[in-house]
Design a protein around this ligand. Structure first.
Ligand code: 0X9
Ligand code: ZN
Length: 268
């Protein structure tokens, strides 16, 4: 955002430190380490993985020399550069925060409970349904092919779950039992073949209420077989799944895809 392309007053920087801590309380800690000759607080911003492992650390200070303004600008830039990004990269008007959650931007009970209307939040729903170019592109394509697309799969990670609509409400879909049986069978096969557990069920009940998702939107569009797969793992590595896990994670998803696709073909 444009905020990081400017120099800021000390007062602004204090505000920014506090805001960063609040918005990323799982990764950012603020430590008071002393005060300046003019008695202003000196803070350390401690960044860590979500599990807050204290094994190896790196120190950066910026602005030991007061006139070197680019130095503190770099420290802020560095902190803002977060590789565990979730959202897209759109700029939000009236906010310094970037991005909307594309899986909250579809037109399915858009921006109700389970999504946020605050551009700084990870589940920001966007300005209006399909406000984001990525959402729009997918939605347009599927709308224009809705009679041919019989099965919709969307792949996420992590938590090992096979989900179907709805996530945008607790309502049961008309073919609830059929889809439940399907994901149950898929989960059982994964357990048998790969000795790995996948939870399954409708999104809202199985994981959480989350409106504006692509699976619910696709279902409402008329695609009666619509699923979200949450792949490996269950939290040990989380989003940072080591490459050596790729083959099994993909084979598990492949097995589930096959079972579901075969069922859909039989039903055509
Ligand atoms: O919250 C999400 O968008 C998905 N979980 S994730 O951890 N990959 O972010 C779950 C999506 C379930 N389906 C819908 N919310 N429609
Ligand atoms: Zn996801």
């Amino acid at each position: 955002g444009v905020f990081y392309e400017r120099y800021h007053s000390l007062e602004d920087i204090y505000y920014w430190i506090n805001k960063t801590k609040q918005d990323h309380s799982d990764m950012v800690k603020v430590i008071l380490i002393g005060s300046s000759s003019e008695k202003r607080p000196l803070y350390v911003l401690k960044l860590s993985g979500r599990r807050d492992e204290v094994k190896r650390a790196m120190w950066i200070d910026c602005g030991i020399h007061a006139r070197e303004w680019i130095a503190p600008a770099f420290c802020m830039w560095f902190v803002n550069y977060d590789r565990m990004w979730r959202k897209n990269r759109s700029t939000n008007k009236d906010s310094v925060c970037t991005g909307a959650d594309l899986n909250r931007n579809f037109d399915a009970n858009w921006c109700t409970k389970g999504a946020s209307d605050n551009p700084c939040d990870a589940t920001y729903c966007g300005e209006y349904p399909e406000s984001e170019p990525e959402t729009q592109a997918v939605a347009r394509f599927l709308r224009s092919h809705k009679d041919t697309v019989k099965l919709y799969l969307t792949i996420h990670s992590y938590s090992q779950m096979l989900l179907f609509p709805y996530s945008c409400s607790y309502d049961e879909i008309p073919n609830h039992n059929e889809l439940l049986e399907l994901v149950k069978e898929a989960s059982a096969k994964i357990r048998r073949y790969y000795r790995n557990n996948y939870k399954y069920g409708p999104g809202a009940k199985t994981i959480y209420l989350a409106p504006g998702g692509s699976d619910d939107w696709a279902y409402k569009l008329g695609i009666k077989y619509s699923f979200t797969f949450e792949l490996q793992d269950r939290g040990r590595y989380g989003f940072l799944l080591p490459p050596s896990f790729i083959p099994q994670a993909c084979n598990e998803a492949l097995l589930a895809s096959k079972i579901i696709a075969l069922h859909v073909i039989r039903k055509l």
